[in-house]
Design a protein around this ligand. Structure first.
Ligand SMILES: CC(C)(COP(=O)(O)OP(=O)(O)OC[C@H]1O[C@@H](n2cnc3c(N)ncnc32)[C@H](O)[C@@H]1OP(=O)(O)O)[C@@H](O)C(=O)NCCC(=O)NCCS
Length: 177
């Protein structure tokens, strides 16, 4: 198993995992991307090309997990993708933060510490490059995601406020680096 920086060509495999992990808001599952508008392969590869903080986990060269986060200058370029949370963070005036968008591990590889490892890699790279904070968001209502909430809390993130986007309420979490 190895964690490396994602390349544009990984977009297709990442999209496949996103599809596998997307759940409806009324799902009873304890984790998943809630009612997520699945990005096109071109959108995902554009996000990878514009950011230094996108990763994949490989198992025998196969992508089994990914982590996508964007620095501020990347957010401004991604704005046109019309993701409401990306738009929200692209307007943030605070300096030197990273917006952590998506973390996903293929179902058959969950509970093996990969989510934690991907998180630690992002945090240590962001620190090394002099960033001051990482922001993450998790859907809290109508679906609650105990897996990501406890992962974020374990890694030192704290909840700052709520953000309502259409029918979903997100919790905004921050880690000071
Ligand atoms: C969230 C996710 C990435 C975690 O990945 P993972 O590789 O299974 O997680 P790990 O094995 O590294 O576990 C790390 C921590 O996460 C938490 N966690 C993971 N799965 C959990 C679950 N089902 N219930 C409660 N906590 C859970 C725990 O705190 C765990 O630490 P512990 O093992 O010391 O208790 C994975 O469940 C996933 O892909 N979910 C679907 C997509 C999603 O919702 N992503 C987050 C929103 S962007």
């Amino acid at each position: 198993m190895e964690i490396i920086k994602a390349k544009a060509k990984d977009a297709k495999d990442i999209q496949k995992i996103i599809k596998e992990l997307t759940i409806p808001a009324n799902s009873k599952k304890d984790t998943g991307f809630v009612d997520y508008n699945i990005p096109k392969i071109g959108t995902i590869s554009n996000r990878i090309k514009n950011s230094n903080f996108c990763y994949v986990v490989l198992d025998r060269k196969k992508v089994i997990g990914f982590n996508m986060a964007y620095e501020q200058k990347a957010l401004r370029k991604l704005d046109k993708d019309r993701d409401p949370i990306i738009i929200y963070f692209s307007k943030e005036t605070e300096k030197d933060f990273i917006y952590w968008d998506l973390l996903g591990v293929a179902k058959h590889k969950q509970d093996q510490d990969l989510g934690s490892e991907l998180t630690k890699q992002l945090i240590s790279d962001a620190k090394a490059e002099g960033y001051k904070a990482i922001y993450a968001v998790i859907v809290e209502k109508p679906h609650y995601n105990p897996a990501s909430t406890s992962l974020l809390t374990k890694e030192g993130f704290s909840r700052k406020k709520a953000l309502k986007v259409r029918d979903l309420t997100f919790g905004i979490y921050k880690l000071k680096l």
